[in-house]
Design a protein around this ligand. Structure first.
Ligand SMILES: Nc1ncnc2c1ncn2[C@@H]1O[C@H](COP(=O)(O)OP(=O)(O)O)[C@@H](O)[C@H]1O
Ligand SMILES: [Mg+2]
Length: 533
């Protein structure tokens, strides 16, 4: 027998329903974000608790509170006169056949409210065991031990965001979701790994210093590390699959645009860059940087203002200190190698090693993404022309951290990441953006995000930003405000049937066993053969 948690006594569709919490229920076990089911005549209403309060039948009672020595009085009051209520926001209705639909009605007075059970959760969020492999467990509802799945198919249909302040578990959760996409082969991933946390291993904060496995370690055959800093990759245990070198020629003014805020580049400096490009084409940057004393003559020769040229020169001079930039033309351009891996379904982690300055991250991610996107447009057009199944491009998902630096209102208008976020996967490319300051992201982009995974945020502006374009925004605000500081998130949007708060799945030994590629006996055979020949 399921225990009744309480009964609906009032409320409305827009503001939520008021449940009188049953006197037997331990009040402190009821938390905001808890997942409950209201049983009506025809429908069950799946709801989240969005608020809690104390109530009394007559205000005078409050004037004579029972003391600790009057347990009997206390018990009597509890029965009839004092009680607690919860606001329940229904998010989804289920009919008797188990079909779900949006909430358009409300249950009658005194409808009983139960804890949702495992069957309900599976019915709503899907089941990993399903042969389509579209569902992947990412946690469980508050105080319940039952899996909540993301619909990976739907996740890859849009760009997505993982938000939360520092230390809430964004990177761990991102790695976990990427592992799901890789395991179930729902998209190929390109991950810009600023702090080397995705590939080989990552530090796990806690009382005893420990490490967790990265994606290359879990899926050695299906993940490749492209490193800007091969020494650093080696120090962490392995040779990179590819060492990235980039020629000056492949840096376009558009890539510099992405650095405008970071390098404090004035618009006139950018104009000057365009003027240099008009004259020197792809050699523009090496031409600029090779000017020593003759900046003024150079400015005259391209028709730019000497001061703008000088500023541009000063700001970009620091690029010369990056050893992965070369003046030589690329023999096999790194982009072609990436495309080759992607076509084979191999996921790519771009490691920055010791180059953790933001401007490097922005420059490299923009440049690589701009070129990959151009290839994807060509691929898509080819596919649309031929309509042959084998020409269909692989779905590509690009992960960036510090997303507001790529997608702030200025950058979003001018740079490749803004274009990808807005074009809604027209060319088979979508974004997974990870960010601690979502209020810095362009509003239009925020409203295009398909699935949002939101951990604790303290700033009111950030909370508001993550709820941009969400139907039940006001009722979810309270839920967001009461999340734990770690490993708890609100899931909402395209890849989940209804918003839900979860305790995130533990990224540990058990997880590795569930997802990692097991070595087949055939692989062992080949390995042994190689060893002895
Ligand atoms: N799913 C998880 N499984 C295990 N530990 C986690 C998980 N999520 C977060 N943690 C712990 O929280 C710490 C911070 O998580 P992290 O993802 O680095 O936060 P953020 O990227 O938001 O700053 C980790 O070092 C780890 O100890
Ligand atoms: Mg992080």
């Amino acid at each position: 027998m399921k225990i009744v948690m309480g009964h609906i006594i009032s409320g409305s569709l827009t503001d939520g329903l008021v449940m009188r919490i049953a006197p037997e229920t331990n009040l402190e076990e009821i938390k905001t974000g808890k997942f409950l089911s209201i049983v009506g005549n025809q429908y069950r209403f799946f709801s989240l608790i969005t608020d809690l309060s104390l109530a009394v039948t007559h205000p005078d009672i409050l004037l004579f509170p029972p003391t600790e020595n009057e347990p009997l009085l206390s018990a009597v009051l509890k029965k009839r006169n004092i009680y607690a209520t919860a606001i329940l926001k229904p998010m989804l209705m289920l009919n008797k056949d188990g079909d779900h639909m949006p909430v358009k009605t409300i249950p009658a007075h005194f409808a009983p409210v139960y804890e949702a059970d495992n069957k309900d959760v599976a019915l709503i969020f899907g089941d990993e065991a399903e042969p389509s492999k579209r569902y992947f467990t990412i946690g469980s509802p508050l105080d319940m031990d039952t899996p909540v799945c993301l619909d990976l198919e739907r996740l890859t249909e849009r760009s997505n965001g993982i938000f939360g302040k520092t230390g809430t578990g964004k990177t761990f959760l991102t790695r976990l979701i990427l592992a799901g996409l890789i395991k179930n082969k729902k998209a190929v991933n390109l991950i810009f790994d600023m702090h080397s946390e995705y590939g080989l291993q990552a530090r796990k904060e806690g009382p005893n210093q420990s490490f967790v496995k990265g994606l290359k370690t879990l899926f050695p055959e299906r993940v490749a590390i492209f490193s800007l800093d091969p020494e650093s990759t080696r120090r962490r245990g392995t040779n990179p699959d590819v060492t990235i070198t980039i020629s000056y020629q492949s840096i376009h003014v558009e890539d510099i645009l992405s650095l405008q805020a970071e390098l404090n580049l004035h618009a006139t400096a950018v104009e000057a860059a365009y003027l240099i490009t008009a004259k020197f084409k792809s050699n523009w940057l090496s031409m600029l940087l090779s000017q020593g004393e003759q900046l003024k003559e150079f400015a005259d020769s391209v028709g730019a203002h000497p001061e703008s040229i000088a500023a541009l020169y000063r700001k970009l001079k620091r690029l010369e200190r990056l050893p992965f930039l070369t003046t030589q033309t690329e023999k096999t351009p790194v982009i072609d190698q990436m495309i080759e891996y992607i076509d084979r379904g191999i996921n790519i982690i771009v490691e920055f090693g010791n180059f953790t300055q933001t401007f490097v991250y922005l420059l490299v991610a923009n440049m690589i993404t701009r070129r990959i996107h151009a290839k994807y447009i060509a691929k898509t057009e080819k596919f649309l022309g031929s309509q042959k199944k084998e020409d269909a491009p692989q779905k590509l998902m690009i992960t960036i951290e510090e997303a507001h630096k790529f997608l702030n209102p200025t950058a979003a208008r001018q740079t490749i990441f803004g274009i990808i976020a807005r074009e809604m996967r027209k060319y088979y490319v979508s974004l997974l953006i990870v960010d601690q300051r979502p209020s810095g992201i362009d509003e239009e982009i925020l409203s295009q995000i398909g699935t949002k995974i939101v951990a604790q945020l303290n700033d009111e502006k950030d909370i508001q930003a993550t709820l941009t374009g969400i139907a039940n925004a006001s009722s979810l605000r309270g839920v967001l405000a009461s999340l734990d500081s770690k490993k708890q998130v609100l899931l909402l949007g395209h890849a989940v049937t209804m918003p839900v708060v979860i305790q995130t799945r533990e990224y540990d030994e058990t997880f590795y066993q569930a997802v990692a590629d097991t070595v087949t006996s055939k692989q062992i055979d080949t390995f042994v053969k190689e060893l002895f020949t």
